[in-house]
Design a protein around this ligand. Sequence first.
Ligand code: UTP
Length: 293
Amino acid sequence: MEVRKAVIPAAGFGTRFLPATKAQPKEMLVVVDKPLIQYSVEEAVQAGLKKIGLIISRRKETIPDHFDETPELENFLEEKKKIELLEEVRRISHLADFCYIRQRQALGLGHAILMSEDFVGQEPFAVLLPDDIFDCPVPCIKQLIEVFREKKATVIVLQRVDEDGMNKYGIIKPKPISDRLFQVEELVEKPGPAKAFSDLAVIGRYVFTPEIFEMIRRTPPDKRGEIQITDAIQLLLEKQPVYGLLFEGRRYDAGDKFGFLQATVELALKRKEFRERFLRFLQEVFSQEEVNF
Ligand code: UTP
């Protein structure tokens, strides 16, 4: 069966980004000129996924508003003959077929994904974490879907990390299949360098078979009371094969303050309207820093 639906969880507290996330959703923080969540929605759409389930919670109303129609703004732009902006605003509200699902309490990523069970039904589906921005020649989620088509099994995306990353991410025990593809033999959440099986970390894109829902239901909460998706994947791989793909491209952890800065600088440099001016500005900053050192 084809992957047709995407789930984008956006109901977390975003504590790593406080105080910015005190009164506004992390997913609506802006990188260059788009909120984080729009990068994920566009990636899903580019991969042919037009049905998108967004998991939201209280204080996240700006997310549905962003993807909704805005007649007053559209009329205003039309009157002022700001046609390019008008087209961009209209394009956003017609990007996909959205379904909003509430997660009443932030009980973890696994729990957030479980909330999408009715929306997904009995079919394979994609999950995109909006605080991971991918900049890839082929959209990252499409790279996973291509493996899914061949293997008909769950596929998760991997990135090589340093020792610090082994304290931050789930790490797999890999069985190599090709240069970039691995079968996942085990998966441990944040093992730390001493206990890590490898340097291959699980990051924010997944294609799941629908059996993941049953595994999430069987997953007990961790020490912090959260249901972790990595624990559910560990249960799943005991029943059916799970694959991990080292993606081709670049990834920014924009849910983290430093990763957000990296994304802002590199993605701004990729925009032709900013590139030259911004480079000149950065060069000025570097030369001033050299003087100060
Ligand atoms: P994170 O692990 O980044 O958690 O979630 P978080 O709460 O947003 O942020 P920090 O770690 O406290 O800074 C990854 C994605 O999963 C969603 C988040 O909104 C984010 O987009 N999520 C997380 C949920 O939807 N529900 C949850 O219970 C937890």
